[in-house]
Design a protein around this ligand. Sequence first.
Ligand code: FPP
Length: 258
Amino acid sequence: MINKKNLWKTADNHNIEERMRKIQSAPVPEHIAIIMDGNGRWAKKRALPRVAGHHEGMKTVKRIAKLANRLGVKVLTLYAFSTENWKRPKAEVEFLMKLPQEFLNSFLPDLMEENIRVEMMGDETQIPSYTLKAVQRAMEETSGNDGLILNFALNYGSRAEILMAVKNIIQDAKNDILLEENLNEDLFSSYLMTNQLKDPDLLIRTSGEVRLSNFMLWQLAYTEFWFTDVNWPDFKDVHLFEAVEAFQKRSRRFGGLS
Ligand code: FPP
């Protein structure tokens, strides 16, 4: 007997493949950065505790990382925990610090199968050792993968990052490792936590908030921004397609003329 539901599914899959092929026929952003916002509101709408929103948000990370990889995106940087997020209730902070462990334990086989490499940027000194260990293990195990770099911003703050760069530059200048006349934007960038990565081409922020919240202030100088009202746990494949399609329609002039 013909199963109507499966027929629809096949048609849906066909549409998705078609849309992906179309996106891939134009330049795909090499580096996408996402401020994953709205987990708390997603939970509140459903009368669930805030942490349920974070947990659902983790599932979105899995889906979107796989899709970005399939699209040919080279780097996906996700704002998972900011230097300001310590101000949240202790139980929520603890939950967020335990999420990487759960995420990486359950997702490592997929990461290997999909050839995805895990990276992390942020101040490691305050991060609990169990969190750091889980991330470091995933970084080690995936270090040979050469597909998407899944870069977690964990205890990351852009102002702190810039300040750290300035301090290290001063130190290197004092020790004659760096000459003032050689200091330019590229050299400055090499002191940032993103020194191995190109600047993001596309920034996505979910949940309707329109601000940067101390995220990659230096690196986003010429990035295209895309905002959506959708809360992060509700962010689906179609939303990533929409963001990338919008990006592909933009004319990037980097201060020059097209
Ligand atoms: C902002 O939403 C979200 C965060 C501070 C945490 C982001 C973490 C995840 C999406 C979980 C995935 C993490 C890993 C390591 C896989 P909010 O809590 O500020 O939402 P609200 O503004 O609606 O309250």
